[in-house]
Design a protein around this ligand. Structure first.
Ligand code: SF4
Ligand code: SF4
Length: 697
């Protein structure tokens, strides 16, 4: 079409894009390293499932389907852009294999299908953003750039079709042969049959053709150059971010090695984030799915995971010059809506300032329950729990700042190895009269029963431990407990940021377990399970760990536990099961508790909308059970609520007689909510083990 203009466009477009990418890449080289190049087969497999097949998106059907169409459409249209750039030099350029042949026809259909799909999807996306701005689309960020990018995509699709249509009409007018349907350009040929342009001259047709051609060819380059400075950078980074996702067990937190030799701890400043942490900031699409599912945000707390990412990203952008020695173009803060005017720029936190509270309020960090609901829904695998723990490590280990109530619990762990700070001599009081063997006395056991602090010291949770013992005895399982020698696994200390205390507790427990040659452990508490199964191996503690629901389910399956036969037509008891985050999202244990409940004839199992991986946290994880819930933000309005109260309301939609749990923290939180609602007479709250024990002979 015009080799000179095309050369100028391509050189300028690609050089400036390469410069922007170089700046972004340079940041990654200036921050701590992290190995995400292992297990390449597994990474590739997950990339195909989650990036190319977009497996996570349909959870939000309308936006998800639109996004899938735009994503797949773009993959197909990549080739089209290359072909058009080639036609800047040779009007008949078709990337060699895509001529008037079978591959050309197949690609023609795919390309025009993509054009039509992307056109419709971007139209729906724009309308959805405008119409539902205060409704379902309110979770998204509504900056000018979001509309600009959608508009660019929309115009590119229209321009592409105009170019095809005008090319066909021009050819028809030049040759005198009427245009016909063509599989090479199905959309363009359909339009050329509908609008034959009888009144148009060849030169005016050429104007349409050139307008369509240059609009498409140059908009691709403009689009490419806007991306690195907007949330749409995810168009480039999301596939690699999915590829570099965390492949470790989701519940495992990376330990601090040589902990007493470190000079700094955790995430204090933006350049403490690893390259993968920075890459997460580049990749966030600001879709808001994370905040929409965050129990803290939806109950009115200050913590919005999406906003946390945005605030960190803006802080990074402001301080880029200090990190890499170059500044991004002045227009970037405006495009990203960063309030970086001359008047207030001196007040904005610099690189050397701590992120908390300069960039992120302290309440945000302490509001997180580590429930992982945000990570479960994030389409591009951005992680939050690890960042929250790193923030807390910085506050606790480097600055000694920790909420008062948590200090008491951690003091209990230091002195008596339990957060209630009760004497370790009372640790086995729950087992009185049950004749439970101790590991120090038992000769050969199938399992060590790990009781955990809650079931050892809390009066309500003690009943779960007793039920579990009775069930194991009924099934003839040989087991023992550590008794006074058991200490807290350290989950609470680790999630509260006190890694040093966690490591001490872990090492001391491993020493005790190894002293008795323990190989198989069954836990009552999912938090203990997560530490023992996923975190103790980092300290040399390798055990086969099972949750109590897994063991009970297998004992039922093997016939080692027998259910009482229920006679008569008595009304069934309606049970709803509340998924513990540390069992479900952390360890994928969703079916076993349900299988146990379903096996009991007297029960009907109901599901509330927020169940399984959509389960809503009880508010107790991440050390929250030992501290006051953070106060609601000023604009929380009617959304302000306690998390356990919100969860109870969700469960009550099933009109249950019993709320079943499989975690002592969930039990404590939901029991409190039932009490606060004055419903203790109407609803029972029981652990799966207690329910099963009542129905077993
Ligand atoms: S882990 Fe849970 S509480 Fe924390 S940010 Fe994510 S969704 Fe919110
Ligand atoms: S972190 Fe993930 S879920 Fe949250 S806004 Fe960003 S892309 Fe969306």
């Amino acid at each position: 079409m015009n080799p000179v203009i095309m050369t100028i466009l391509l050189v300028l477009g690609w050089l400036s894009f390469a410069w922007s990418i170089w700046l972004k890449f340079k940041v990654l080289t200036k921050v701590p390293k992290e190995n995400r190049f292992d297990r390449l087969f597994e990474r590739t497999k997950r990339t195909l499932i989650y990036a190319f097949a977009q497996a996570k998106l349909p959870r939000y059907p309308l936006a998800g389907i639109c996004h899938m169409i735009i994503f797949w459409g773009f993959l197909v249209l990549l080739l089209r852009s290359i072909i058009l750039w080639g036609r800047g030099y040779d009007e008949n350029f078709s990337l060699w294999i895509f001529g008037n042949n079978t591959p050309g026809k197949i690609y023609g259909v795919l390309k025009d299908g993509a054009v039509l799909g992307v056109f419709l999807a971007s139209t729906i996306a724009i309308i959805n953003r405008i119409v539902n701005r205060k409704g379902s689309a309110s979770r998204m960020t509504h900056t000018f750039e979001a509309y600009l990018i959608l508009l660019i995509i929309w115009v590119m699709m229209v321009a592409d079709t105009i170019y095809d249509w005008a090319s066909i009409i021009e050819h028809a007018k030049k040759t005198g042969i009427h245009s016909a349907f063509s599989w090479n350009e199905p959309l363009g040929s359909i339009f050329s049959l509908a609008i034959q342009g009888e009144n148009l001259t060849i030169s005016s047709i050429k104007i349409f053709k050139h307008a369509g051609f240059w609009t498409h060819s140059s908009l691709v380059l403009i689009f490419l150059n806007i991306l690195p400075y907007t949330k749409h950078f995810h168009v480039i980074t999301s596939i690699p971010n999915v590829f570099f996702q965390n492949l470790e067990p989701p519940g495992r937190i990376e330990p601090i090695h040589n902990i007493y030799e470190q000079e700094t701890y955790g995430l204090g400043k933006i350049n403490n984030l690893s390259w993968k942490g920075i890459f997460d900031l580049y990749t966030c699409t600001e879709c808001g799915r994370c905040s929409d599912n965050c129990p803290a945000w939806t109950t009115g707390k200050m913590l919005s995971p999406k906003q946390l990412t945005i605030d960190l990203k803006h802080h990074l952008t402001r301080n880029l010059e200090e990190i890499i020695g170059y500044k991004e173009p002045r227009s970037v803060p405006d495009l990203m809506k960063i309030e970086d005017t001359e008047a207030n720029s001196s007040k904005l936190p610099g690189l050397e300032e701590y992120l908390v509270p300069g960039v992120i309020p302290e309440e945000v960090i302490w509001a997180c329950t580590t429930c992982m609901a945000c990570e479960e829904v994030c389409p591009v695998f951005i992680t939050y729990v690890n960042k929250m723990i790193e923030f807390r490590r910085h506050l606790v280990l480097e600055r000694g700042e920790i909420p008062g109530e948590l200090q008491t619990a951690l003091h209990g762990l230091e002195t008596n190895r339990n957060p209630w700070n009760l004497s370790s001599m009372d640790r086995v009081a729950w087992a009185e009269g049950l004749d439970v063997p101790l590991a120090s006395e038992a000769s050969k056991i199938d399992y060590l029963l790990w009781v955990g602090c809650a079931a050892s010291y809390d009066d309500r949770a003690k009943k779960v431990a007793r039920a579990m013992v009775e069930l194991m005895k009924k099934a003839g399982v040989k087991f023992a407990i550590l008794g006074e020698e058991e200490g807290c696994t350290g989950d609470l200390a680790r999630r509260a940021g006190n890694e040093a205390l966690f490591q001490e507790l872990a090492k001391s427990n491993i020493e005790t377990l190894d002293k008795y040659g323990i190989k198989r452990i069954v836990t009552i508490c999912p938090h203990c399970y997560n530490s023992l199964a996923n975190e103790y191996p980092d300290f040399g503690g390798y055990y086969l760990v099972m949750t109590h629901v897994e063991l009970l389910d297998s004992l039922l399956q093997k016939g080692m536990l027998k259910l009482r036969s229920e006679k008569g037509e008595a009304k069934k008891i309606n049970v709803v099961y509340h998924d513990s985050c540390y069992l479900g999202r952390y360890n994928g244990i969703y079916d076993e508790p349900r299988k146990i409940l379903n096996s009991i004839n007297a029960l009907t199992l109901s599901e509330c909308h927020q169940s399984r991986n959509k389960g809503f946290c009880c508010g107790g994880g991440g050390a929250q059970v030992f501290k006051e819930e953070e106060k609601p933000r000023k604009d929380a309005g009617a959304s302000a609520s306690r998390m356990n109260a919100r969860r109870l309301d969700q469960l009550l939609t099933t009109k249950p007689d019993i709320i079943a749990t499989a975690c002592p923290y969930c039990m404590l939180m939901l029991s409190d909510a039932i009490k606060a609602k004055d419903m203790e007479e109407k609803i029972k709250q029981e652990d799966i083990a207690e329910i099963l024990n009542r129905f077993c002979v």
